[in-house]
Ligand binder design. Structure first.
Ligand SMILES: *Cc1c(COP(=O)(O)O)cnc(C)c1O
Length: 348
């Protein structure tokens, strides 16, 4: 496998991990039932129930935008609102899909601190108005790991969840990088989800090493009523569902999901260590998951692009974002760090 073309713009620049690929090949044996009635879909759902140690409802969608939007729409009436961080993916990167699929539920934005929504921000929004003219707060949406590579600690999750209970709000978790959060904290998935009051989790597969696919886990099963119809109506019911579900079996059956998340996190930490002390380089957030956000002189950013590096500068709060993925090579991290060193020294 070539690593020479590896980039750090996004963790979805990577390809498919061998476990997911091999499970797709295993699923590709002759015929099986369609629309999720196949053995692979049943097995994948059972793997999730075992991994989370609870009898949750499991659904599979093609991508995170659909998973988040459909999950939120199942928690909300159109006149409800969703409290989320100002930099939440559901707000900034889903093209209004949560509002669209919920027929108008409004997102209300709380100021984030290191990417995280706080109980104080939630309380302020939820208690601001009680009258009929305000969209009634119904859900809090958290992103774990956050858009800026930080991770909610269990006690932070518990504090948010206690606030939700007190205020009568459901709790949704955008877990596009949930695996990275588990790897960082070294805690079981249950500890970071239903045991801390999460009602619905969207568990990301794509960034974890699959070609395509997210799982939607309803720990509060009452909220999953008719969810299959939402998926179908939204164009998210795969007819050859086994190819969306089998890769999950590959990722979950022997712990590859956690191994790869841990690898990506380690690569991010390595990059942070290699560049963190350089003059002109400022790490913008603690590096806890698989992303490194750095503030660099504009001339250095330009020089880095000239050297062929691709990276985003529009995520979260600006700066350059470097994401590591399941297959990031350490050598490539070192090359990037070397180039960053060269360009910042040239720029100051
Ligand atoms: C990548 C990502 C998603 C999913 O995005 P899609 O492109 O729709 O698959 C959701 N939330 C966060 C925080 C993400 O980073």
């Amino acid at each position: 496998m070539t690593t020479a073309n590896q980039q750090f713009a996004s963790d979805n620049y990577s390809g498919v991990c061998p476990e997911a690929w091999e499970a797709m090949a295993r699923a590709n044996q002759g015929h099986d039932r369609a629309y999720g009635d196949d053995q692979w879909t049943a097995r994948a759902a059972d793997h999730f129930r075992a991994l989370f140690d609870t009898d949750c409802e499991v659904f599979f969608a093609f991508n995170g935008t659909a998973a988040n939007s459909l999950a939120l729409s199942s928690l909300c009436q159109s006149y409800h609102s969703v409290i989320c961080a100002d930099i939440a993916h559901v707000e900034t990167d889903e093209c209004g899909a949560p509002e669209f699929f919920s027929n108008g539920s409004k997102l209300l934005l709380g100021r984030s601190e290191q990417g995280k929504l706080t109980p104080a921000a939630i309380r302020e929004i939820a208690l601001k108005r009680k009258d009929i003219h305000y969209p009634k707060p119904r859900v809090v949406s958290l992103t774990q790991a956050t858009e800026v590579g930080t991770v909610y600690q269990p006690e932070e999750l518990r504090a948010v969840s206690d606030t939700c209970k007190e205020l009568g709000l459901h709790l949704h978790m955008d877990g596009a990088r949930f695996a990275n959060a588990c790897a960082h904290l070294g805690l079981a998935p249950a500890e970071l989800s239903w045991k801390t009051g999460v009602d619905v989790l969207c568990f990301g597969g794509t960034k974890n090493g699959m070609a395509v696919g997210e799982a939607i886990l309803f720990f509060n099963r009452d909220l999953a009523i008719d969810f299959e119809y939402r998926c179908k109506q939204a164009g998210q019911l795969a007819s050859k569902m086994r190819f969306l579900s089998a890769p999950w079996v590959g990722l979950l059956e022997n712990g590859a999901w956690l191994k790869y998340a841990d690898h990506a996190n380690r690569c991010a930490r390595l990059l942070a260590e290699l560049i963190g002390e350089l003059p002109g380089v400022e790490l913008m957030f603690p590096v806890q998951a698989n992303g490194v956000f750095v503030s660099l002189p504009p001339a250095a950013l330009e020089a880095l692009k000239h050297r062929g590096w691709l990276f985003y500068t529009f995520i979260g709060v600006g700066g350059a974002r470097f994401m590591c993925s399941w297959d990031t090579s350490e050598a490539r991290v070192r090359q990037l760090a070397d180039d960053i060193r060269t360009v910042v020294i040239g720029a100051i």
